[in-house]
Write a protein that binds this ligand. Structure first.
Ligand code: NAI
Ligand code: CS2
Length: 488
């Protein structure tokens, strides 16, 4: 258990008056990222600007047993964040959490009740892309999602993020309470628009007046979020305990880099996050696009090609000069031209991303980034591919990326070992893989996933041909040699 008295000298502790904080933000998804990003920014505000914005953390994921929340409660709602660079460590204890709830222990009703407290001004989320129950190719609500089907039948006992938000909005409205804003901090393009779509489209299925109320009273600010935060492993926890002088089961490690760009569109106020390193802007889209395509796009390329080559971490990929060159070339030759970003030095941005990937103190597993590919491909690669197809320009690395994802979801690595596929569409993927012969037939089968590839790409002959070409190359030459040939 975290024990502040044992922590090394230099650790930043919450010395402010925690009892003065109010639960004005309800957050969904007490994952590694939120703990080291938004919560840290809000903690800096409390420590340095006397802000009184505190959190009620909620775990609504049915698959989450609440272990972290239980551990957090045992240590006075405190946890540590350790920034790691090759040059050393910096630890901070975050104190802005006032309450923590999880569905299996406290129940959804208590969570909705927490959202219906008069003080609540913001509901935020880091629930991964799949938590929004949307169609990755279109950003629309997926009415076939089992949690959404459940919520349509049981609107008062909702299961999904959109359903829970909707139930709270409905109740607040009935109680005459002021509205809150809903802020997604997940890696989706126009994450505010996606969140708004899924909540309003769910409302439209039940109550048109409620949908209209949401349109006119609730805002869904978009955000661009950036900080590399690998999932903690048993080895990472052991090493962290050694450094902290005590164990912290809620502790997390991250890189020093932090970026948060927020659309300044809140209906009931917000913390002055700009005083703690965030940027408040009118339009987040150019920032989101740049980050999703250049950072996340190259991350996914390294993840699939790196995993297939036996590189466990992103920093291992950076030790292979061909992989490093492939990542940089994807960023600058195939992603940068597609961006609407203005006044940003994209070469300097690409170089800064490579430098971050080279941070060996951060053990970011290629396998972790390779998860949930069906939810990530559209915004990271496919929109850029459409851009190139429309202009007849080169998209070699993007096509290689799609082929490497297909090779990965085939479920067997280059040594013949099973790859466990972690993806909300894993059953569909397995069915497509198992019912197709290896080679062009497999490519055609996977391209038929219109929820991912849309209605256009599966029928585009150039796209199909390029992906099939690189898929075949990966099968015959393997990932390392293919990258060498493409880049060399
Ligand atoms: P994590 O695995 O530590 O946490 C994921 C959280 O989402 C957990 O609280 C989990 O219970 C919840 N969740 C998963 N499926 C859900 C569902 N269907 N409904 C409701 N809740 C659900 O992952 P981490 O690292 O916190 O990342 C979460 C998201 O944050 C990412 O998917 C990404 O969108 C965003 N992000 C992550 C970064 C990172 O480096 N880890 C950096 C930038 C953004
Ligand atoms: C990664 C991101 O897991 C992934 O898919 O690409 O979580 C990445 O680490 C962050 O977006 C960096 O901000």
């Amino acid at each position: 258990m975290l024990s502040v008295d044992l922590l090394p000298e230099g650790t930043v502790l919450p010395k402010y008056d925690r009892s003065a904080l109010h639960k004005r933000i309800v957050h969904f998804g007490f994952g590694a990222f939120h703990r080291s990003h938004q919560a840290v920014c809000t903690d800096i505000l409390a420590a340095e600007q006397h802000s009184d914005w505190g959190y009620c953390e909620c775990e609504i994921n049915p698959a989450n047993t609440g272990e972290l929340i239980k551990a957090l409660r045992q240590q006075d709602l405190l946890y540590s964040v350790t920034e790691k660079a090759d040059s050393g460590l910096k630890t901070r204890v975050v104190g802005v959490i006032k309450e923590a709830l999880y569905r299996h222990g406290d129940g959804i009703e208590k969570i909705i009740d927490a959202m219906c407290q008069p003080d609540v001004a913001i509901v935020s989320a880091t629930v991964t892309e799949k938590g929004y129950c949307y169609q990755p190719a279109t950003g629309e609500l997926n009415l076939d999602n089992p949690a959404i089907k459940h919520d349509l039948a049981n609107p008062e006992q909702p299961d999904s993020l959109p359903g829970i938000i909707l139930a709270a909005i409905k109740r607040r409205r009935a109680l005459g309470l002021p509205p809150f804003s809903v802020m997604s901090c997940d890696n989706m393009p126009e994450n505010g628009r996606v969140t708004r779509n899924v909540v309003i489209q769910l409302a439209e299925q039940q109550d048109q007046a409620l949908a209209d109320y949401i349109r006119s009273h609730i805002t869904f600010p978009s955000t661009m979020v950036d900080r590399i935060v690998p999932a903690m492993t048993p080895e990472a926890f052991e090493e962290l305990s050694g450094k902290l002088g005590c164990s912290d089961p809620v502790g997390v490690e991250c890189e020093p880099f932090f970026q948060w760009v927020i659309e300044d569109n809140f209906v009931s106020g917000r913390p002055a996050w700009e005083k703690a390193g965030a940027e408040l802007v009118a339009d987040v889209l150019p920032f989101e696009e740049m980050k999703l395509r250049m950072l996340n796009g190259s991350h996914s390329l390294l993840a699939y090609l790196g995993y297939l080559a036996g590189y466990e971490h992103i920093s291992d990929c950076m030790d292979d000069p061909y992989y490093l060159k492939a990542a940089r070339s994807l960023m600058l030759d195939e992603q940068a031209p597609t961006l609407s970003t203005k006044n940003v030095d994209l070469v300097a941005y690409a170089d800064s991303l490579i430098a971050r990937y080279q941070n060996r103190a951060i053990k970011h597993r290629t396998y972790q980034i390779a998860t949930d590919g069906t939810q990530k491909l559209p915004q990271r690669w496919l929109d850029s591919i459409r851009w190139h197809l429309a202009r007849g320009s080169d998209f070699t690395l993007l096509a290689l990326g799609v082929a490497s994802w297909m090779r990965f979801v085939g479920g067997v690595d280059e040594q013949g070992k099973t790859i466990v596929i972690n993806d909300p569409l894993h059953e569909q993927l397995a069915q497509l893989v198992n019912s197709s012969a290896e080679g062009d037939e497999r490519v055609a089968a996977l391209l038929s996933l219109r929820a991912v590839f849309g209605d256009d790409l599966p029928d585009n002959s150039l796209f199909r041909e390029r992906v099939s070409h690189y898929y075949q190359k990966l099968l015959t030459a393997g990932a390392k040699e293919t990258v060498r040939q493409v880049i060399g």
